[in-house]
Design a protein around this ligand. Structure first.
Ligand code: GDP
Ligand code: MG
Length: 439
């Protein structure tokens, strides 16, 4: 467990400032998960660099622990990596699907039509695949199941001609989804054909359909389709299988586009609009990081709302009292039971939780509770000025609160550590002031 993300993050817990080794360890765990999900090495490295840089240069906001701050950065950078979903206004438009054979285009066409019909629009699917035997029947059947308009020609042999006729035949539809043929590989005639269809139907949006298991083959495909027809978005299919779809991010990067939809099964209803946080969770095989990120934010806000007279900036002036420290701990507490928070952290799936002894997670929270109780037995003067708490006062506080002397000494130790860290900021602040005055 020493090198696990949980262990790493637990070590960060008591720290108000974290160093390069700490961040390096967190980043290593995330890299491992992303590489396992087929995310390209180059993208993983870029992400690592951003996380490292931010975690080491940005200070945790008041009321946030260093650990939660790092997690928030990790989440934000992951959102940056996967991107926001492709914009698809709910208005009349033509969408063309491109991709290799078997990637899931025909299925996706019917699914998307179903999706648009549920949004109150009138969609139609135009099937132009004359290459694959049975393509017409397959598309027609799926569109019947989706209860959407369908155009195809079972006897046609010219895809471009079918596309042209299809556009005329579906004039009354709002959203026209043009399904195209694929090949096993990127052959010249496939590219020629799709370029001609593109010129004929003039799509508002072209989407590249990719199997979640694509891996690094995504790069060449994406480049080729981008060059020939231009790609505005990506659809990742078969996410109901074991593949995590990380390879598709390569295509997103290569085409400078974004993800539009996810396919999660074989029926017409198995389609989801892409949403970063859910996809990230899937990618890392973990609970919801977004929730944690939001909790951190909420805890910070509540801390500030509750203590109107308390300005985090005060930490940089004057003294850091035990009361200040208590506020920070309260903010941490508000994020919920520690093991629940831990559950939301990447790579700490249920299995790993079970391997821990039951009380392992309680220690820190329990310790915080005892700190609290001990502080209740302190005088205001002691809270404001913990340095006055000598051995005899520790004894008195221990007797009064029932908290062990050892724990009270730990509390004072932790306070001293945080105070020292803050002093460093204060020093920096003055230096900056002086430099500015000289100008
Ligand atoms: P196309 O050649 O690109 O048109 O691909 P198809 O739409 O014909 O799909 C190829 C196969 O993948 C079919 O057997 C589909 O049922 C299956 N398929 C497509 N999308 C999904 C999905 O999201 N999940 C699963 N499990 N199967 C899918
Ligand atoms: Mg097809």
């Amino acid at each position: 467990l020493g090198s696990s993300l949980r262990g790493t993050l637990n070590d960060l817990r008591g720290k108000s400032r974290i160093d390069e080794d700490d961040v390096g360890e967190v980043v290593k765990q995330i890299q491992r998960a992303l590489l396992q999900a087929d995310v390209e090495v180059g993208l993983v490295m870029e992400l690592s660099d951003s996380i490292e840089q931010r975690a080491l240069s940005e200070d945790p906001p008041a009321g946030t622990t260093a650990r939660d701050h790092v997690l928030k950065i990790v989440y934000e950078e992951l959102v940056e990596l996967v991107g926001e979903s492709t914009e698809l206004p709910l208005e009349p438009q033509t969408i063309m699907l491109a991709g290799l054979q078997g990637s899931g285009k025909t299925t996706t066409a019917a699914k998307m039509a179903w999706w648009f019909s549920k949004k109150g629009l009138r969609p139609a699917v135009i099937q132009t695949d004359t290459f694959r035997p049975g393509a017409y029947d397959q598309a027609k059947q799926m569109c019947e199941r989706a209860e959407v308009e369908f155009y195809g020609d079972p006897d046609g042999d010219d895809p471009v001609e079918i596309a042209r006729e299809g556009m005329e035949a579906t004039e009354d539809a709002d959203v026209r989804i043009v399904d195209t043929a694929g090949r096993h590989a990127l052959e010249e005639d496939l590219i020629d054909e799709i370029e001609e269809i593109e010129a004929t139907v003039a799509p508002d949006v072209s989407l590249l359909v990719l199997d979640a298991a694509i891996g690094q083959g995504a790069k060449d495909q994406a480049r080729e389709f981008e060059r020939s027809v231009g790609i505005e978005g990506v659809v990742i299919t078969k996410l109901d299988g074991t593949a995590k779809g990380g390879g598709a991010l390569t295509a997103v990067n290569e085409t400078d586009s974004s993800i539009a939809f996810l396919g999660t099964g074989e029926t017409v209803k198995d389609i989801e609009r892409f949403e970063p946080s859910g996809f990230i969770s899937r990618l890392l095989g973990m609970g919801d990081l977004k929730q944690l990120s939001e909790r951190v934010e909420r805890a910070m806000q509540e801390t500030q709302e509750e203590d109107d007279d308390w300005d985090p900036e005060d930490l940089l002036e004057g003294q850091f009292t035990l009361k200040d420290m208590q506020r920070q701990m309260e903010a941490m507490n508000r994020m919920g039971p520690l093991d629940q928070v831990m559950d939301m952290i990447p790579g700490l799936g249920g299995g790993m939780m079970d391997q821990l002894p039951d009380d392992a997670m309680d220690v820190t929270q329990d310790r915080m509770r005892r700190f609290d109780i001990a502080m209740d037995s302190m005088t205001d003067e002691e809270l404001e000025n913990p340095r006055t708490i000598g051995r005899s006062r520790v004894e008195r506080i221990s007797r009064g609160s029932g908290v062990e002397e050892e724990t009270i000494r730990e509390l004072l130790e932790q306070h001293k550590m945080m105070e020292q860290t803050l002093k460093q900021f204060q020093g920096m602040g003055e230096g900056d002031m002086q430099r500015m005055m000289k100008k």
